[in-house]
Structure formats: C-alpha cells, structure tokens
Design a binder for this molecule. Structure first.
Ligand SMILES: [Zn+2]
Length: 257
C-alpha cells in the first residue's frame, strides 16, 4: 500500500504521524508532502529566506527519517496558497508518480487558508491525476516558452525532498481509487475513522516534542498524550488518531463488506 500525507507546513503532520509510522512499520510506502516550506514561522525573526527554507527542509527530512517515510516539498508560498488548478496540477504530477492508494490531509474547514487549500488541491489532484492530457500538458516558463513535459522517473527529489525536477518524458495517469482521509472535523459529513496508534505513541510524542522545542509551544508532550488517550477512548482503544474518510471512483464489489 502507498500512502501520501499532504500538508501545508512542516508540523501539520503531527495529527497523523502515529498512523503513518504504523504503515511504514508494516512495510507500506509513505510519502510526506508539504505544499509550502512554512517559511513564515515567527521563530525565524530576520533570518534570510535561504536560511529559513534550509531549516524547514531539515525539519521535514528529520520527521520523514524518524518514521521511515519519503518526503517532498513544494514551494507554493506560506500563507499564499490559493487552491488553484496550477497548484493542484503540481500535486497531481506527484500522484501520477507515487500512485497513492490513500491520501491524508487537512479538514475542509480549518481557519488557516493554507490548510483548507492543501486539502482542496489534495482532493482536486485525484481527478487531475486520472487525465493523461492534463498531467502531461505543456508547461511554460516565465517568458511563455514551453517547458518539456516532466519525467519524474528516478526523481532524485523523491528522496531528497527537492522540488520536482524539469525532466523530459511522459507520466502515466493514476486511476486507481484513492481513499481520502482528512483530519477529523465535527462538521464533516463523511464517516469517522479511528486508528489505534498506541504502539506508535512514543514516536508520535517524539515528533511532537521536536516541533515543540522549535516553536516553544505552551502545548506540551503530556497534553499531547492526553489528547491521544481521549481520542482513543472514543474509539475504544488506549490511544488513537481520528479522521474522516471520503472515497470516489470506487469499483463495484461482488458483495457488501
Ligand atoms: Zn500549518
């Protein structure tokens, strides 16, 4: 199974890190994707853009390594996402390459616009990735000159977290059903899913602490554990993460299950 986690900023993934760690431990392929470099974090003060983005890439790489995942950064601009077709198309090209069976992302109603927009493009990209003429459509540079279609085979960015390279070649569409998980939101109309992550609570707490030490959050590791325990109670286990799930393009089954 291949799972892609699509979030706006490094640290957004804390809510599903236990689930992702369970899947990598089971041998599934997991890719953490951030649509921005989270360059506006106020902890950076007057540091240069280069310095800030270097540190954010390190954060992403540390977390991915911690759970045995691949990772990828886009640079759609912290607090500048619009949910545009162009943003969705960048992500759709990565879907066509990674071929996820499941995607995890934000809820639709989070106050931060980047969070809502990352969820929007994560959903839009499911359809865009199904259409060969779209994922291979000609792109132009700033002067309007055509760029070659991307060939992401052997993409060094897949492991390094670098942005998608401009190589030649053709992408195959990705048309298998994608189960679309979103952070739980009380107003969501979609079914709830609890994932028992008690056996990954330690690594989840480590990731939370990693960011805690950077941001100096008042929210501490103890409260994080209490939160997972409360969610666990709702799902009948000791610790859980909580999602809503949407599914589209499902094939007919022989029977109910
Ligand atoms: Zn965020």
């Amino acid at each position: 199974m291949r799972i892609m986690a699509v979030f706006a900023h490094p640290d957004d993934e804390i809510g599903c890190i236990g689930t992702l760690a369970k899947h990598t431990a089971r041998g599934d392929e997991v890719m953490l994707v951030w649509t921005t470099l989270g360059e506006l974090a106020s902890q950076f003060g007057d540091a240069s853009h280069e310095e800030v983005t270097r540190i954010r890439r390190e954060h992403g790489a540390w977390v991915a390594d911690k759970i045995g995942a691949q990772h990828h950064f886009f640079d759609m601009g912290d607090s500048r996402m619009t949910g545009s077709r162009a943003e969705g198309l960048q992500l759709a090209r990565l879907y066509a390459q990674f071929r996820p069976n499941a995607v995890i992302t934000w809820s639709d109603d989070h106050p931060h616009p980047d969070h809502r927009m990352s969820a929007k493009i994560a959903y839009d990209a499911i359809t865009l990735a199904r259409i060969p003429k779209i994922i291979n459509e000609q792109r132009t540079n700033a002067s309007g000159e055509p760029l070659p279609p991307p060939d992401l085979s052997g993409d060094p960015g897949m492991d390094s977290g670098e942005d998608a390279p401009q190589q030649v070649g053709k992408l195959d569409p990705w048309r298998e059903p994608i189960r679309f998980y979103q952070y739980y939101a009380p107003a969501s109309p979609y079914p709830e899913v609890f994932i028992d992550m008690e056996d990954k609570l330690e690594v989840a707490a480590e990731v939370m602490t990693f960011y805690h030490d950077f941001y100096k959050w008042p929210w501490n590791t103890e409260r994080f554990r209490e939160g997972r325990a409360r969610t666990g109670q709702l799902g009948g286990v000791k610790a859980a993460e909580h999602f809503n799930v949407r599914m589209t393009h499902l094939k007919a089954r022989d029977y109910l299950d």
